[in-house]
Design a protein around this ligand. Structure first.
Ligand SMILES: Nc1ncnc2c1ncn2[C@@H]1O[C@H](COP(=O)(O)OP(=O)(O)OP(=O)(O)O)[C@@H](O)[C@H]1O
Length: 285
């Protein structure tokens, strides 16, 4: 048999297994049909923005992908394995909306971040684990806060702690649910820098957004939802205006710059003006 050491380039051969494959997924939440046949793939190294107005199903698809919600029908594969059989949770880091950070028992930043690394009830003893926790805190600049209680931190700081918790397990796939919500511009810039760094390490990122903000230049793929269905799935440059990502040539976009006002108001605000919850308030469920 002929054996070669040459590695196949999965992009060239087209045989790459998607990191996430969502196929015809339907999900009902209470009396609402939250997802109606959602399909899309996420490939290795992509930064995928899930966009759409309030109630379009963004959080539901994310929670279904991470296994918090079970689909009525359809299939989800993670790294080529059906979600029901997927048992390599450490390959995925999930950052929920920040309100969950301070809920529950009081805990320090270091405890929260360490909990992302723990596999069971036992404390972390291995040097590699401690190093990973420290690196995760450094990556989002919360190492100096490590002995503080998370309850005493600002919203943006809590957000970074949640990201550090997800990073502590050194995931290949990082999934963030609306990380910009309630976070000031300075912290949004800091998050964009962190995500850029993670992308540079080859990690795959899926991010739910209302506003693209400073993350816009990092996005390589847009999935636009509306009414629980995929309205757009493709390159940022071809997205319809409500899912549009501005000029990819910029290294960094500051939506607060005066020059950026037109797209700041029009294209970056992904709320549906027809939606009763279009003021950005979370719908109470
Ligand atoms: N626990 C629940 N019980 C009942 N209905 C729910 C529940 N969670 C979500 N829904 C409904 O499912 C639909 C999709 O909600 P989802 O949270 O996925 O939307 P979203 O796009 O993330 O919205 P937002 O931008 O407001 O966060 C909405 O109509 C919502 O009201």
């Amino acid at each position: 048999m002929f054996v070669t050491n040459t590695r196949l380039d999965p992009h060239a051969t087209g045989i790459e297994t998607p990191v996430v494959s969502v196929s015809d997924v339907h999900v009902r939440m209470g009396t609402t049909q939250a997802l109606r046949g959602v399909s899309f793939d996420v490939h290795s190294g992509e930064v995928v923005a899930i966009l759409g107005p309030n109630g379009s199903g963004k959080s539901t698809i994310i929670k279904t992908i991470v296994g918090l919600i079970e689909a009525q029908s359809g299939s989800i594969e993670l790294f080529g394995t059906p979600i029901r059989r997927f048992n390599q949770r450490s390959r995925i880091g999930y950052v929920p909306q920040r309100i969950t950070a301070a809920s529950g028992v009081p805990a320090t930043v270091q405890e929260i971040v360490t909990s992302g690394r723990q596999q069971g009830l036992f404390s972390i003893r291995r040097a590699a684990d401690k190093k990973a926790v420290l690196e995760a805190m450094d990556a989002v600049d919360v190492a100096d806060l490590r002995h503080r209680s998370v309850a005493q931190l600002s919203g943006g700081q809590q957000q970074r702690v949640l990201i550090a918790r997800a990073l502590a397990r050194q995931p290949e796939l990082l999934i963030l649910d609306e990380p910009l919500a309630g976070v000031d511009i300075e912290q949004q810039d800091s998050l964009a820098t962190t995500l850029q760094h993670l992308r540079g390490q080859g990690r795959t990122i899926v991010i739910v957004l209302h506003e693209l903000g400073p993350i816009a230049p990092l996005i390589t793929h847009v999935v636009g939802l509306r009414g629980g269905m995929v309205q757009y799935n493709g390159a940022p440059a071809d997205a319809p205006v409500e899912h549009a990502v501005p000029d990819q040539g910029h290294d960094h976009v500051h939506p607060h710059d005066e020059d950026d006002q037109p797209y700041q108001r029009a294209a970056l605000l992904i709320n549906d003006p027809m939606s009763p919850a279009s003021d950005g308030e979370k719908v109470d469920r």
